[in-house]
Design a protein around this ligand. Structure first.
Ligand SMILES: [Zn+2]
Length: 310
């Protein structure tokens, strides 16, 4: 399952010997202090986000390993293309003074990245240095996403994220990251949605999730109505099928019940209605009217009026 999250470019980082040493682990030829620019990025945290998803702390720890060495790209809205930055180390930071919505200590994954001080990167570096916050989006893969209410795999239970059950918020917990794909800087207009943006490449589990993530929440009530109607339709079809099977067996008991059932499974509503009418007509010709009340006995002459006898 691919996950894409927004994050925030945080600040520039003082370059010292230690940082330089870490960076040079990734450089083809040794880089000097004046060649590089360093900055920190808040990649992700353990807060329930606006998709009602959150990474667990062990998941953040795994991501901190996976993102080391990953190249970040800058989108084409930047004046010159091809600028790249690379994460050279990460840190899981726990802020004991800040609690998440769930009341746990706030933890976040901080990544340190460097880029070359080339001419084409100059403008970008100036903007980061100037404190202009740039949004960062990240893509990763997780093995499991679980419902916070019942622990089932996300989408496999009836709980809907964002809703409350017995006062508890339903959200999906993201477990066991398996891969970190990318992180990228995206130039967006200031103040857009409090500095978090997202990209969705693929991986919607259903229409509900798609609407939720693509700003189409307004259509969710309509989707729910359609779902209910479709359930009704399904039940109607199931009823028709079992009637066709029943009538078919009454029509000719030599019919194989299983074969009849599987034939009915493949029929659409029009075919089922036609079979029902045809079987129904033949059956009522063939069979005399019988009393269908369960447990009803054939009335005997002497029973008549017996209820009035004392
Ligand atoms: Zn659930």
């Amino acid at each position: 399952m691919r996950i894409t999250k927004g994050a925030v470019a945080e600040s520039n980082v003082a370059l010292n010997e230690k940082e330089l040493e870490e960076i040079n682990k990734f450089a083809r030829s040794p880089l000097k202090e004046e060649d590089i620019y360093c900055f920190a990025v808040l990649l992700c945290d353990n807060e329930v986000d606006r998709d009602f998803e959150r990474f667990t702390v062990p998941a953040l720890m795994k991501l901190s390993e996976l993102f080391v060495g990953k190249t970040g790209i800058f989108d084409h809205n930047w004046s010159a293309g091809g600028q790249k930055a690379r994460i050279y180390r990460t840190e899981l930071v726990t802020d004991r003074h800040r609690k998440t919505l769930l009341g746990e200590p706030y933890a976040y994954l901080k990544a340190y990245a460097y880029m070359l001080r080339t001419e084409s990167n100059a403008e970008l570096i100036a903007e980061i240095e100037g404190g202009i916050k740039k949004e960062v989006s990240l893509g990763c893969s997780v093995a499991r996403s679980l419902c916070s209410i019942c622990g089932e795999a996300a989408g496999k239970c009836s709980h809907e994220r964002g809703k409350k059950y017995g006062g508890k918020l339903c959200y999906f917990e993201l477990h066991e990251p398996t891969d970190a794909y990318e992180w990228s800087f995206v130039a967006v207009p200031a103040q857009k949605n409090a500095g978090v943006i997202k990209r969705y490449d693929k991986g919607f589990s259903d229409l509900h999730e798609f609407l939720l993530k693509s700003g189409g929440e307004g259509f969710i009530p309509e989707l729910e109505t359609l779902k209910r109607q479709s359930e009704l339709g399904k039940r109607y079809l199931e009823g028709l099928r079992s009637e066709v099977v029943k009538l078919g067996l009454l029509f000719d008991e030599k019919f194989d019940a299983q074969a009849l059932k599987s034939a009915a499974e493949k029929m659409d509503e029009r075919e089922l209605t036609a079979f029902k009418a045809a079987f129904g007509a033949s059956v009522s010709e063939k069979l005399p009217l019988v009393c269908q009340i369960p447990g009803a006995k054939k009335a005997k002459k002497e029973d008549f009026g017996s209820e009035f006898m004392i």
